[in-house]
Design a binder for this molecule. Structure first.
Ligand code: NAD
Ligand code: IPM
Ligand code: MN
Length: 349
């Protein structure tokens, strides 16, 4: 039998609640099969910081990096909690993992499943994937401020874009488009961000020349938000930078029925480091501990993980079980665990 080592980071708020259901479904889909997921749990997040003062130690990072894959719930405390003022869990933990493990592809699929009520009157067929660059852009922390807190303060946040970093994520996006509907849209803001945008455009054009089977177009990010609402069916693969991708994927989640359904993979396609799978949503302190969170995004993140690990059959069994569950969701409210139970049962049916 094949052993896959999995680092599990439940995190804060609803993180542990949705991860419990994701693991339930992972157990169901691997039961009786010959793949075994050997799990190590890591207590990380705002809770750990408040207990110990640690965000992510070198030992944590090294231990996590030794696994085949990572499943993360969500991290982060209540926004504005004064005790977390100096912590910055998001940078010190989540982004540190993405950067250190070279997760240069942040893969965020968006699909409107049949039966899901969304906010759009005429959504059409929505089925696209955002390939968000994960290691560069304005996220790198290349900035600083002077005269901080004075009326003369100057704060800079420099977006770092490298030809190497853009080309590798663009190539991944083209490969996705070839496997899908052969359409790729670059989203940027080349009319204003001429230096970075110009390089993104040139690299996409160069890689496009090697992929005559893929139809390529370009949208400024502001216009892309219009089309994501008025005609989301026009998109197949969107490739974009770290910050634009962050914003577009919350919007994409909203138009496909809510953030409780949006899954993601932070992927190192080269396999040099473990990839990390997590819902797009955060720790939702407003509903934490109440069994109100929808675990579907975490469960679909397990499907992305299985697919990444070459377990395509298991991945599609999870996806089909989720689709079946979604199709029969009525207005009845179920607990987080009830949704997980139903999907786990459907996986084994
Ligand atoms: P959030 O995604 O946690 O919550 C936004 C809204 O969506 C809330 O009303 C919440 O109740 C709802 N929601 C989120 N997930 C849901 C689910 N599965 N089912 C039902 N409703 C759900 O975003 P936020 O409030 O901006 O952030 C809360 C904390 O999470 C912050 O500390 C933030 O930094 C952190 N965060 C972490 C991640 C991550 O770990 N990947 C991602 C985003 C935000
Ligand atoms: C996400 C989150 C993170 C991001 C934050 C919490 C650092 O919003 O995963 O989308 O901006 O990437
Ligand atoms: Mn986000």
């Amino acid at each position: 039998s094949r052993v896959v080592t999995l680092a599990v980071i439940p995190g804060d708020g609803i993180g542990p609640e949705v991860v419990a259901e994701a693991e339930k479904v992972l157990d169901a889909v691997t039961a009786g099969g010959d793949v075994v997921f050997e799990r190590t749990r890591f207590s990380l997040g705002a809770g750990r910081y408040l207990d110990t003062g640690d965000t992510l130690t070198d030992a944590d990072l090294e231990a996590i990096a030794g696994h085949d894959a990572i499943l993360l719930g969500a991290v982060g405390g209540v926004p504005g909690d004064p005790r977390l003022k100096d912590a910055n869990i998001e940078r010190g933990l989540l982004l540190k993992l993405r950067f250190a493990l070279d997760h240069y592809v942040n893969l965020r699929p968006s699909k409107l499943y049949p039966g899901v009520p969304g906010p759009l009157a005429a959504p059409g067929d929505i089925d696209f994937v955002v390939v968000r660059e994960g290691t560069e852009g304005p996220y790198v922390g290349n900035g600083g401020s002077i005269r901080t807190g004075t009326p003369h303060e100057i704060a800079n946040e420099t977006s770092v874009n490298t030809a190497y970093g853009i080309e590798r994520v663009v190539r991944y996006a083209f490969a996705q488009a070839q496997r899908r509907r052969q359409k790729l849209t670059l989203v940027h803001k080349t009319n204003v961000l001429v230096h970075a945008g110009g390089m993104w455009k040139r690299i996409v054009d160069a890689v496009a020349a090697e992929h005559p089977d893929v139809a390529v177009d370009y949208l400024h990010v502001d216009a892309a938000t219009i089309f994501l609402v008025t005609n989301p069916g026009r998109f197949d693969v969107i490739v974009t930078d770290n910050l634009f991708g962050d914003i577009l994927t919350d919007l994409a989640g909203a138009v496909t029925g809510g953030i409780g359904l949006a899954a993601s993979g932070n992927i190192n396609p080269d396999g040099a480091f473990p990839s990390m799978f997590e819902p797009v949503h955060g720790s939702a302190p407003d509903i934490a501990g109440q069994q109100k969170a929808d675990p579907t995004a975490a469960i679909l993140s397990v499907a992305l993980m299985l697919d990444h690990l070459g377990l395509g059959d298991e991945a599609s069994r999870v996806t089909r079980a989720v689709e079946a569950d979604i199709a029969t969701r009525g207005s009845a409210t179920r607990t987080t665990a009830q949704v997980g139970d139903a999907i786990a049962a459907a996986v084994q049916a």
